[in-house]
Design a binder for this molecule. Structure first.
Ligand code: ADP
Ligand code: MG
Length: 268
């Protein structure tokens, strides 16, 4: 059957910009809109999806990879029908250290499971490690999270420069998080876009912005996705809009998705 799963690598130049919360809430929002979503914790250094959800998973990707647990058992159901988390293999060697055979085996194991979802979000660690580059190359969509801070802009520019010059990745979606207003978000995006088109000859696409919202911090403390904790809050409304845009993008990409697997090797 033709692939219809949209895999999204969620990345940033700088840490703490909101990747994990955005991935979690987009998955949650899409689930609430009737789609299925898998959230894969790919931050091998600072895995924290489990903390944000207040869950204690029994197994992780490493167990599945080593054949100690089937992948289906490692998946943690956040919601009963179609919103699952694949916990990270923290404290284990970087996935990039895997031999080509192991990598191939990993992709073979992931593909049939991943293809059962409408969306797969890969929540990556900050920066430009080999693991990040590998996952970015395998996903169908690359989503860069920035904030309006100048340091976030310079870091994300440097990050996209490496991905575009070294790996020929040209297509990036951008979300501006922790924005005071739509106007501030667009101004930040325009700066990044200007530098990207001038120096790198790439045109990142604006996917939306998320306002700074104290409710998000509260939701983190309560270990609940904001979409569930405070669905009407400003940040939740913003994320809902982004989730709606992802639905349109997925429909527009169906032809492209049909011609590829969920994760395209041998990037990792
Ligand atoms: N829109 C927002 N409004 C308020 N605080 C935010 C927002 N986005 C992120 N934060 C804060 O930033 C922290 C780090 O977010 P997180 O998603 O863990 O970032 P990352 O995964 O990029 O390291 C959160 O715990 C929260 O306190
Ligand atoms: Mg994170």
């Amino acid at each position: 059957m033709a692939n219809t799963t949209l895999s999204i690598a969620v990345m940033s130049g700088k840490g703490g910009v909101g990747k994990t919360n955005l991935s979690l809430n987009l998955a949650c929002g899409l689930y609430q809109a009737g789609y299925t979503a898998l959230l894969m914790d790919c931050d091998l250094g600072l895995a924290n999806l489990d903390v944000l959800l207040g869950i204690i998973p029994e197994g992780n990707l490493q167990h599945a990879l080593m054949g100690e647990m089937p992948l289906s058992k490692v998946l943690y159901p956040v919601e009963p029908r179609g919103f699952d988390v694949l916990p990270a293999a923290s404290g284990v060697p970087e996935l990039v250290d895997l031999s080509p055979e192991m990598r191939h085996e990993l992709l073979q194991k992931l593909e049939p499971v991943f293809s059962g979802y409408d969306y797969v979000f890969m929540d990556l660690g900050a920066g430009i490690s080999d693991t990040v580059q590998g996952f970015a190359a395998m996903a169908a969509m690359r989503l860069v999270v920035i904030t309006p801070e100048p340091t976030s802009l310079t870091d994300s520019y440097a990050f996209m420069k490496v991905l575009s010059t070294r790996h020929n990745m040209k297509d990036f979606m951008v979300v501006v998080n922790q924005a005071g207003s739509a106007r501030e978000a667009l101004a930040a995006f325009d700066k990044l876009k200007g530098a990207c088109s001038h120096f790198l000859n790439i045109e990142p696409v604006f996917l939306g912005h998320v306002r700074t919202d104290a409710k998000l911090t509260e939701a983190v403390c309560r270990q609940q996705p904001l979409m569930r904790y405070a669905p009407g809050s400003p940040a939740a409304q913003d994320m809902e809009k982004i989730a709606a845009r992802l639905q349109k993008h997925r429909l527009n990409m169906l032809d492209e998705l049909a011609r590829r697997p969920v994760l395209q090797g041998p990037g990792l």
